[in-house]
Design a protein around this ligand. Structure first.
Ligand code: ADP
Ligand code: F6P
Length: 326
């Protein structure tokens, strides 16, 4: 196994709050362990185009509290092609980068896996996405902060919902996963969540309206996960207008405010632990694994498992929301 002297660090795909804390942890843990660190700017695009810079400890000073990613991120269609990955590998060799830490969501880890398969490059992933849709980890970096942002927004919307006695559909992100919608609903005391995981099992809108709305309350907030199958908040509201025209409906789409802002303490700690663990894993000869957290213990999850579709939703949470919204 060739010795690792220099580690490259990349953020890729959608940014998430806490990515900077992860960059800081990777940089400092690597330097502490006698390795050099090179930051690759703009995700895989920067690897292909050679946007690479040597990092020292001071490059990551004063960033733990900042949202976004100081080394930028991008979506890079060229990296999906063998030719794009060949250019990326040539730059790695030129820059004498021996291994990579990739911080990103499932797409970024798919890319990491393809790259490692092509060129036998040691890569360790860190789950950085607000969606919490990577398997084998209880949480991803940014998820806790995004939940706090959603909760804060719904608290504000409730004032209007209650004053005007309206039914609000609030769309949250998640890219085909319902974690933000379900836990956002529990945290904000919303009346229901419409999530893609249950779309084919039951008619969540009909169940909610027929079982409960306005039995005890004159206003209501329903979180809807963005997704083709839920139809998003606009789709659900259109349905209500047609099928239940007596309701006074409003729609709010929270959008990218969910991705920004100061990372929560939980995300900073998670990112710091994962960054340290990623460097330790590489030094230990591990590769093709994502660092995860399982029951407050750091774990290594093979890429093939981490990127599996349809991370299961805890059905107990669905029941709890149902129970608590009477
Ligand atoms: P996220 O990591 O947030 O899920 P994306 O799905 O957009 O974001 O993926 C980020 C980047 O990862 C893509 O723009 C592309 O460069 C790379 N990528 C995604 N899937 C693959 C794949 N199957 N093969 C190679 N690269 C990929
Ligand atoms: O994966 C993170 C995420 O924010 C998803 O929740 C959302 O569907 C997507 O990225 C939005 O991506 P973009 O930055 O291209 O608008």
């Amino acid at each position: 196994m060739p010795k690792i002297n220099c580690v490259g660090v990349i953020t890729s795909g959608g940014d998430s709050p806490g990515m900077n804390a992860a960059i800081r942890a990777v940089t400092r843990a690597a330097i502490y362990s006698g390795l050099s660190v090179k930051a690759v700017y703009h995700g895989y695009r920067g690897l292909i185009e050679g946007e690479i810079k040597l990092f020292h400890t001071e490059n990551v000073s004063n960033i733990i509290q900042r949202g976004g990613t100081i080394i930028k991120t991008a979506r890079c269609p060229e990296f999906r092609t063998p030719e794009g990955r060949r250019k990326a590998y040539e730059n790695m060799v030129k820059e004498q980068i021996d291994a990579l830490v990739v911080i990103g969501g499932d797409g970024s880890l798919r890319g990491a896996r393809a790259f490692a398969e092509d060129y036998n490059v040691p890569i360790v992933g860190i789950p950085g996405t607000i969606d919490n849709d990577l398997c084998g980890t209880d949480s991803t970096i940014g998820y806790s902060t995004a939940l706090n942002t959603i909760t804060d927004a719904v608290d504000k919307l409730r004032d209007t919902a209650s004053s005007h006695e309206r039914l609000f559909f609030v769309e949250v992100m998640g890219r085909e996963a319902g974690f933000l919608a379900l836990n956002g609903a529990i945290a904000s005391g919303a009346e229901a969540a419409i999530i893609p995981e249950y779309v084919f099992e039951k008619d969540q809108l009909a169940e909610y309206i027929e079982n409960g709305f306005r039995k005890t309350k004159n206003s209501s907030i329903v979180l809807v996960a963005e997704s083709e199958v839920t139809g998003g908040a606009m789709g659900v509201a259109e349905r209500v207008k047609k099928e239940y025209p007596s309701f006074n409906v409003r729609v709010t789409i929270l959008g990218h405010i969910q991705r920004g802002g100061t990372p929560s303490a939980e995300d900073r700690i998670l990112a710091s632990r994962m960054g340290v663990a990623a460097v330790a894993a590489l030094i230990d000869g591990q590769r093709n694994v994502m660092i995860g957290i399982d029951n407050d213990t750091i774990v290594q999850v093979p890429f093939s498992q981490a990127i599996k579709k349809n991370k299961p939703i805890d059905t107990g949470l669905v029941d709890a929301l149902h129970m608590l919204s009477i």
